[in-house]
Design a protein around this ligand. Structure first.
Ligand SMILES: C[C@@]1(CC(=O)O)c2cc3[nH]c(cc4nc(cc5[nH]c(cc(n2)[C@H]1CCC(=O)O)[C@@](C)(CC(=O)O)[C@@H]5CCC(=O)O)C(CC(=O)O)=C4CCC(=O)O)c(CCC(=O)O)c3CC(=O)O
Ligand SMILES: NC(=O)C1=CN([C@@H]2O[C@H](COP(=O)(O)OP(=O)(O)OC[C@H]3O[C@@H](n4cnc5c(N)ncnc54)[C@H](O)[C@@H]3O)[C@@H](O)[C@H]2O)C=CC1
Length: 190
């Protein structure tokens, strides 16, 4: 059983620290900004790659600090992602974040993670996050590709129409649920 509990976080309202500005740092920064272009990210790394610089340059909410990590970097942070090439540093930082109650992801190190990153399907307002309980990120990636392909592009029209209809519904909660259930019954009665 996969006991991970998925939540959808508003990265515009939180402060995230990303440590590491190489290949893995770039992957994590890309994933964050693909989902939340205005994510508030502080990226600290001894050496920051050109690719990271270019990406960060397109997002005013990303701050780059080219120097070694220091414990003060955790101040005012609610989430941390560690993506350096130094496993000992990751262990040491995890101890500090744990003491401060800051949720931490250590790229590719499940034992040190409080949360995992998922594979994410995006079609307009629809978003589906996939986890394999850490068993096969590659399968998660393939499922993302498959779902992205089979979910129709016009799902956004459907969502817009449903929202419009939902906004017209007055009355009590139960009646609203019934009306929306009736309208959408056909979607699965194929
Ligand atoms: C536990 C977890 C923790 C975490 O990192 O958050 C974790 C752990 C590890 N990943 C490893 C390797 C790879 N990871 C990927 C890709 C992704 N990995 C992601 C998440 C997660 N990876 C979390 C579990 C997610 C779940 O529950 O399924 C995705 C979904 C999201 C993201 O990272 O943004 C993203 C796909 C995004 C997309 O494309 O949609 C690829 C494939 C590729 O890059 O093409 C490979 C190489 C092939 C392979 O090994 O499968 C290794 C071995 C490292 C080594 O050998 O050194 C470990 C460590 C271990 O397993 O022990
Ligand atoms: N590149 C990849 O796709 C994969 C990488 N890995 C492993 O993941 C780790 C990271 O890989 P890459 O991102 O490619 O490495 P990299 O060398 O490109 O980047 C490492 C980053 O960590 C930073 N760093 C190191 N010590 C620091 C400190 N004390 N304070 C602040 N920043 C510090 C460096 O300045 C650099 O920005 C490596 O151990 C690698 O073996 C594993 C699987 C795939």
């Amino acid at each position: 059983m996969n006991t991970l509990f998925p939540i959808f976080v508003k990265l515009e309202q939180l402060n995230l620290l990303l440590v590491g500005g190489g290949n893995v740092g770039l992957e994590k920064l890309s994933a964050l900004l693909r989902n939340a272009p205005k994510a508030r990210v502080t990226l600290v790394a001894e050496k920051i790659s050109e690719e990271v610089r270019a990406l960060a340059g397109q997002h005013a909410t990303v701050e780059l600090l080219e120097r070694k990590y220091q414990v003060e970097d955790l101040e005012n942070k609610q989430l941390v992602i560690l993506a350096t090439d130094d496993p000992e540093l990751h262990k040491a930082i995890k101890k500090q974040t744990e003491a401060k109650g800051i949720l931490t992801n250590v790229a590719d190190t499940p034992d040190l993670c409080d949360f995992y990153l998922g594979s994410i399907v995006q079609k307009g307002d629809l978003k589906i996050a996939i986890s394999t309980n850490g068993k096969s990120p590659t399968l998660a990636k393939r499922l993302r590709e498959l779902l992205t392909e089979i979910i129709p592009e016009n799902v956004q029209d459907l969502l817009d129409n449903l929202q419009e209809f939902r906004n017209t519904l007055k009355g009590d909660f139960q009646k609203k649920v019934e009306a929306l259930n009736n309208l959408t019954k056909e979607f699965i009665n194929r």
